[in-house]
Design a protein around this ligand. Structure first.
Ligand code: ADP
Ligand code: MG
Length: 754
C-alpha cells in the first residue's frame, strides 16, 4: 500500500481521474488494450501509474512503464509521482537519452518513447514490463505511433506465452479514431474511457487585426496590458521557440522588475545559468564515461525544433545583455511580475519552478513553447496569451530540402492552449489573431510520421526483423513514396540486401519493399545516428580514421555549432562587438579548415578542427565564447563522441577506439580516406558544378546541379569551399533560406564519382 501525505491526498481527490479509478482499473483487468481520454490536468499522467501500482501491477516481476514524447515530461512526472507516493526515486524513476535514475528497485519507470523503442530491440517481448502506458498519444510523435503499432503485436504474443501484458494509450483529446478504428492495429476496437474534467468557462478574445510581422512585440504588449489592468491570476504565454521565449522574458523582466527578498534563492533562469556558466569557466571537466545502454538508437529523440534549427541563442543573450528595443516600456517596480521561461531543453530544476507558488505579492508569468500545451499543467493560470503559431520543420520529400518555418497552429491546439486558463477559475484567452484567421487554421495537426523522412525508422524496424514495413500496423501509414525512398537509400548504403532480380515488374516492386537487413545494416542500426552517418562510422576503421569519423559525425549530428553572429544589433556598441566576433570566427574557420589537402574536406574539416581545438582547450565556455562556438553544442558533441565511441567498441571491440582530447590533426592520406568515407555516406547528396554551357540564367553562376532539383543549389559564403568551388561536392543537406544553400560541403574527386 501507499503511504501518502495528507496534503497530497487532498489534492489528488480533486482530480477528475480519481473518480474513474474503478472504471479504469476494471477495463484494464478485462482488456489487453485500453484507451483513456481526458483533458490536460485531469490527472492521467500522475495518477494512472499509481492506480496500477496499487492494483499490484508492479508487485510481481514486471514493472510499470510510461512513455512520454518529451524528455521534460519524463523527468518531471517521475519526480512528481515519487513525491505523491512518498517513494524514493529508486522506485519511481526515469530514463531519457543521456541519463536516468533507474535501479533494480524501480517499479514505475517514466521514459521517452525513443528509449522504449530501443528496449524492444533488445527484448522484443518487453518481459520486464507488466504494463505499458503510452502517454500523450494525441501528439502523434513518430515513435509513439510506432510503439503503438509494435505493442499491438507484442501484447497478444505475451498473452499467448502466458505472460500477460497490458497497453494503455492516453490522450488529451477525444480524437482517437486513428487508434480505435484502425482494424489493422486492433482487430477488436479497444474500450475508450473518457474522463470528464471540470473546466471553468474560458472567454476567448480575438484580435481585430492579425500582426504578421512583429508578433513577439504584440505578445509583449498584451502581456504588459494584462498585468497592468487585470485582476490577479497567472499568465501563460505561448510562443514558438526558445529564442523568442528568452527575448520576451527579458523584456518583461525589464518592464516589471521584481526584487526578491533577502534569503530567497535566485529565481531567474538567467542568473542561475550565469552561475553555471561561471562555474564552468573555472572548472576543467574530463570526458564523462557513458553507459552504453543509456541511449536511444534513434537520431532525433523528440520534437525539439529549437535544437534542430540551431536557433538556441541563450548563451549569446546572456552575454550581450541589453537590446535597445526594450526601452519602449518604462520599468515599473511597483508591479512585480515573476517571469519564468519554459521549454523542452530547460534544465529540470528550472522547469520545476513553474509548479511552485510565485513569491508573495508577485504575479506569475510563464513564457513557454508548446510544451505547456498538454505535457505540463501549470497551476494558477487565469490568462493565456496565444501567438497562434508553432515552429515546425518542413521537409520536401521529393527534393530532400528542409526548412524551419513558423506557421499557424491548428484549431485543436489553439483550443488546448486556451483551455490552460480555465483550470481553477474562469479564464481568459487572448488570441493575437482574428477569428477569421482562426477559421482558416487546419482542424488538427498532422501526425509527424507523414512529415519527415523515414529511413532511420525503416532501418530500426528491419533490425527488429520487420521486413515488410508497408504491412506494419502504423496508426497513420507514411506515404508509399517515403517508404520506397527510404528502402532505396538503405539498399544503396548496403544496409539492406539488394532485392532479387526477377523478370516481373510487379514482383520486383514488391521485393523492393521487403528487402531484409544485411550484416552491415545490423551494425549501422546499433549506432544512435541516422543511416548515412552510421555508414560512415561503419567504414571508419580504415587507416585509423575512426576517431576522426566519430568526431565529424558527432559534430554533423549537432546542428549549428557556430554562434549566430549575423543577427541585428541593438546598439552601436553591440554592433561593433558583433563585427569583431564575426571577424574572429571567420579567421578561426579559415584556420580550422587547414590548407592544401585538408581544405578539400571542406566544412567537415572545419568541424573537425573546431572540435579538436575546443577539446584541446578543455571544452571551456571561455574558449567557445572567444572563438564563436556555441558552448551548449560543444558539450553535446562531447557527449555524443563518448557515446559513439562506446557504440563502435561494442560492435567491433578489436578496434579499441577511445576519445582523445589531444587528437592530432589527420594526415594527408587520412584526409583523403575521410573524404571517401563521407562520400560513401552522402553518396545520394552529390552535386556537380553548373557548366558554362548550362548557364541558362546568370544567377546560376557558381551554382551546383543535383539530380533531384531543377534549380541549382549554392555553396554558402561562410563555407570553407566558397572560394574553391570544386567540380563535385557532397553535402549534408540543402536548407532553403534566402537561397537554396548546401550545408556541410566536402569536395569529391571526379574519378570517385560513380
Ligand atoms: P494530465 O496528465 O491529465 O494532463 P497530470 O497528471 O499531469 O494531468 O496533472 C494532474 C495535476 O497534478 C495537475 O493539476 C498539475 O498541476 C499537478 N502537478 C503535476 N505535476 C506537478 C508538480 N511537479 N508539482 C505540483 N503539481 C503538479
Ligand atoms: Mg499528462
Amino acid at each position: 500500500s501507499v503511504d501518502r501525505l495528507p496534503e497530497i491526498q487532498d489534492s489528488r481527490l480533486r482530480l477528475p481521474v480519481l473518480a474513474e479509478e474503478q472504471v479504469i482499473m476494471e477495463a484494464v483487468r478485462e482488456n489487453s488494450f485500453v484507451v483513456l481520454c481526458g483533458e490536460t490536468g485531469s490527472g492521467k499522467t500522475t495518477q494512472v501509474p499509481q492506480f496500477l501500482y496499487e492494483a499490484g501491477y508492479a508487485s510481481g516481476t514486471g514493472i510499470i512503464g510510461v512513455t512520454e514524447p518529451r524528455r521534460v515530461a519524463a523527468v518531471s512526472m517521475s519526480h512528481r509521482v515519487a513525491k505523491e507516493m512518498n517513494l524514493s526515486t529508486r522506485v519511481v524513476s526515469y530514463q531519457i537519452r543521456y541519463e536516468g535514475n533507474v535501479t533494480s528497485d524501480t517499479k514505475i519507470k517514466f521514459m521517452t518513447d525513443g528509449v522504449l523503442l530501443k528496449e524492444i530491440q533488445k527484448d522484443f517481448l518487453l518481459q520486464r514490463y507488466s504494463v505499458i502506458i503510452i502517454d500523450e498519444a494525441h501528439e502523434r510523435s513518430v515513435y509513439t505511433d510506432i510503439l503503438i503499432g509494435l505493442l499491438s503485436r507484442i501484447v497478444p504474443l505475451r498473452n499467448k506465452k502466458g505472460l500477460p501484458m497490458k497497453l494503455i494509450v492516453m490522450s488529451a483529446t477525444l480524437r482517437v479514431e486513428d487508434f480505435t478504428e484502425n482494424r489493422k492495429l486492433f482487430p477488436t476496437p479497444p474500450p475508450v474511457i473518457k474522463v470528464e474534467a471540470r473546466q471553468f468557462p474560458v472567454s476567448v478574445h480575438f484580435n481585430k487585426r492579425t500582426p504578421l510581422e512583429d508578433y513577439t512585440g504584440e505578445v509583449f504588449q498584451k502581456t504588459c496590458k494584462i498585468h497592468r489592468m487585470l485582476p490577479p491570476g497567472g499568465i501563460l504565454v505561448f510562443l514558438t521557440g526558445q529564442a523568442e521565449v528568452h527575448s520576451v522574458c527579458r523584456r518583461l523582466r525589464r518592464a516589471f522588475p521584481f526584487r526578491r527578498g533577502e534569503g530567497e534563492e535566485a529565481a531567474t533562469d538567467s542568473s542561475d545559468e550565469m552561475k553555471k556558466f561561471k562555474k564552468a569557466k573555472h572548472k576543467r571537466t574530463s570526458l564523462p564515461r557513458i553507459d552504453l545502454d543509456n541511449y536511444s538508437a534513434l537520431p532525433v529523440d523528440e520534437g525539439d525544433e529549437d535544437r534542430l534549427a540551431g536557433i538556441d541563442d541563450e548563451g549569446s543573450d546572456l552575454e550581450l545583455g541589453d537590446d535597445a528595443a526594450d526601452t519602449e516600456e518604462k520599468a515599473d517596480p511597483s508591479l512585480p511580475l515573476y517571469v519564468l521561461p519554459l521549454y523542452s531543453l530547460l534544465a529540470p530544476e528550472q522547469q520545476a519552478k513553474v509548479f511552485r507558488p510565485p513569491p508573495h505579492g508577485a504575479r506569475l508569468c510563464v513564457v513557454a513553447t508548446n510544451v505547456a500545451e498538454t505535457s505540463l499543467t501549470i497551476p494558477g493560470i487565469k490568462y493565456v496569451v496565444d501567438c497562434g503559431r508553432v515552429k515546425k520543420r518542413f521537409y520536401d520529400r521529393v527534393t530532400g530540402v528542409s526548412s524551419f518555418k513558423v506557421s499557424w497552429t491548428s484549431q485543436a491546439s489553439a483550443n488546448q492552449r486556451a483551455g490552460r486558463s480555465g483550470r481553477t477559475e474562469p479564464g481568459h484567452c487572448y488570441r493575437l489573431y482574428s477569428s477569421a484567421v482562426f477559421g482558416d487554421f487546419s482542424l488538427f495537426s498532422e501526425a509527424e510520421i507523414t512529415r519527415r523522412p523515414v529511413e532511420d525508422l525503416v532501418l530500426q524496424m528491419k533490425d527488429l526483423n520487420i521486413d515488410k514495413v508497408v504491412n506494419f500496423p502504423f496508426p497513420t501509414t507514411p506515404s508509399a513514396e517515403a517508404l520506397v525512398a527510404a528502402e532505396q537509400l538503405l539498399v544503396s548504403l548496403g544496409a539492406l540486401e539488394e532485392p532479387p532480380r526477377t523478370g516481373r515488374v510487379k514482383e520486383m516492386e514488391r521485393a523492393r519493399l521487403s528487402c531484409p537487413i544485411s550484416p552491415l545494416g545490423r551494425a549501422m542500426a546499433s549506432f544512435p545516428v541516422s543511416p548515412r552517418y552510421a555508414k560512415m562510422l561503419a567504414l571508419g576503421k580504415q587507416q585509423d580514421c575512426l576517431p576522426y569519423v566519430i568526431a565529424v559525425v558527432a559534430a554533423m549530428t549537432v546542428r549549428e555549432i557556430f554562434e549566430d553572429l549575423d543577427r541585428p544589433a541593438g546598439s552601436e556598441d553591440e554592433s561593433s562587438k558583433l563585427a569583431q566576433r564575426r571577424a574572429r570566427l571567420a579567421q578561426m574557420r579559415r584556420l580550422w579548415a587547414g590548407q592544401g589537402a585538408s581544405l578539400l574536406l571542406g566544412d567537415l574539416m572545419v568541424l573537425l578542427g573546431a572540435v579538436g581545438a575546443c577539446e584541446f582547450a578543455g571544452c571551456t565556455l571561455k574558449f567557445c565564447e572567444e572563438n564563436g562556438l556555441r558552448y551548449k553544442a560543444m558539450l553535446e558533441i562531447r557527449r555524443l563522441r563518448g557515446q559513439l565511441t562506446n557504440a563502435v567498441n561494442s560492435v567491433c571491440p578489436e578496434v579499441g577506439v577511445f576519445v582523445d582530447c589531444k587528437m592530432a590533426p589527420p594526415t594527408e592520406s587520412q584526409v583523403v580516406c575521410l573524404r571517401q568515407i563521407v562520400l560513401a555516406g552522402l553518396g545520394d547528396h552529390l552535386a556537380r558544378r553548373v557548366q558554362q554551357e548550362e548557364l541558362l540564367d546568370p544567377k546560376w553562376r557558381n551554382g551546383y546541379k543535383t539530380p533531384l532539383l531543377d534549380e541549382p543549389v549554392y555553396i554558402h559564403p561562410s563555407s570553407a569551399l566558397f572560394k574553391t568551388l570544386p567540380q563535385f561536392v557532397v553535402y549534408q543537406e540543402v536548407l532553403e533560406t534566402t537561397k537554396m544553400y548546401m550545408r556541410g560541403v566536402s569536395a569529391v574527386e571526379p574519378e570517385w564519382v560513380p
